[in-house]
Design a binder for this molecule. Structure first.
Ligand SMILES: Cc1cc2nc3c(=O)[nH]c(=O)nc-3n(C[C@H](O)[C@H](O)[C@H](O)COP(=O)(O)OP(=O)(O)OC[C@H]3O[C@@H](n4cnc5c(N)ncnc54)[C@H](O)[C@@H]3O)c2cc1C
Length: 339
């Protein structure tokens, strides 16, 4: 049996999996489907979700199967109750060395960004970090991971192929949409690591940080995003109006980095490569040019509406609806219909 491993991000409080794990499982499943069609049964690839924890609640394992995992491996030990980078990396590698696969995918989350470099160092392989796109090719009996990420100061998108095995990548949350419509009879396995060693790090307690003012785009259905085209050189008038409009339609407010750099909106609202990623149902870009660093944070939204005075603006290439208009006047008009 061939497989692709997805290293699952665990929420240790809830004994659940973070959504990014389902997003990557769904994407990997979709990518492998076409390849599997041309392979004999014994050569077909299965998506294997691997989670390290003392336990995971069954409903989250079921969700992994519904997202596309044919196998779920719980690397289980009391020592894995709380996250520790050394122990987790070591236990994962113990499992991997006995059960190798040509590809390992991680979420580019806090935990993924810590364990992926450690694991790839132990496995003596490369890592493509912070990807915003994935593809898988099958050539001459070998599976190849094509991992896309911004490069050259983010001016270009590069698709990178690994020379070493396993081929590994971290993928930003919200790059893909998690879909739970698969009818897969997944199998659950347990692996009990033996190579666990005492770590010099002692877990004392977990404290939840509720102080962050970050805008949470994870469940946003509508995002109204303001670009520098809303700047009027005097005050934040149009950004405040955008917030007003967002409150009326139940939307979250996003912004381009230029807007954030000019202090017109908080950093937490920034969408893009160095900000948040959204897969909202509707994304409305008001006066945003469409720089590649912005696009990679919103290109997977279901419907994209762009308003720009420049009919050749780059953003229009990604938009489902293109409105060549003054975005400020449009905001005024929309507010007027509500108030
Ligand atoms: C390493 C790196 C990381 C980056 N990360 C990010 C990131 O995460 N997110 C991000 O957004 N950017 C990021 N950037 C910056 C990015 O390259 C752009 O500079 C930025 O996105 C531009 O913002 P903007 O489109 O709002 O402004 P501009 O490029 O100035 O565009 C303004 C647009 O508004 C239009 N306009 C003007 N007046 C109006 C009007 N009245 N009505 C309608 N349209 C109007 C103009 O035609 C223009 O298209 C990054 C850059 C680098 C180098």
């Amino acid at each position: 049996m061939n497989k692709i491993i997805v290293y699952c991000d665990v929420n240790f409080e809830q004994k659940s999996l973070e959504n990014v794990s389902y997003e990557i499982i769904s994407k990997a499943y979709d990518l492998i489907k076409d390849i599997n069609e041309n392979l004999s049964d014994d050569m077909k690839y299965v998506i294997e979700a691997v989670a390290l924890c003392d336990e995971i609640s069954p409903q989250y394992i079921k969700k992994a199967f519904q997202a596309g995992a044919g196998r779920f491996v719980l690397i289980k030990d009391k020592s894995l109750e709380n996250f520790s980078q050394c122990v987790f990396s070591k236990c994962f590698c113990e499992y991997f060395n006995q059960n190798p696969s040509p590809i390992i995918l991680f979420g580019a989350t806090q935990i993924g960004r810590i364990v992926a470099p450690r694991i790839t160092t132990i496995l003596n392989t490369g890592l493509v970090a912070d990807c915003t796109g994935l593809d898988i090719a099958y050539e001459e009996g070998k599976i190849k991971l094509l991992a896309t990420r911004p490069t050259f100061g983010s001016e270009l998108m590069a698709t990178i192929l690994s020379k070493t095995n396993p081929q590994c990548a971290t993928i930003r949350p919200k790059t893909f949409i998690a879909k739970f419509d698969k009818d897969i009879a997944g199998q659950l396995f347990e692996f009990h690591p033996t190579s666990y060693e005492e770590t010099r790090i002692k877990f004392l307690r977990r404290i939840l940080d509720n102080s962050s003012d970050a805008v949470d785009f994870s469940n946003a259905k509508i995002v109204l995003s303001g670009g520098f085209g809303l700047n009027d050189g005097k005050d934040k008038k149009y950004f405040l109006r955008l917030e007003q409009l967002a409150n009326l339609v139940g939307a979250k407010v996003g912004a381009s980095r230029k807007v954030v750099d000019f202090g017109l909106m908080p950093q937490s609202a920034q969408i893009g490569q160095t900000g948040s990623t959204t897969t909202a149902d509707v994304y409305v870009a008001f006066g945003i040019s469409g720089a590649i660093q912005h696009i990679c944070g919103m290109k997977n939204c279901k419907t994209i509406i762009a308003i720009n005075t420049d009919e050749n603006a780059e953003i229009f290439k990604y938009a489902d609806y293109k409105i060549v208009e003054d975005a400020k006047a449009l905001i005024d008009d929309m507010l007027a219909t509500f108030i």
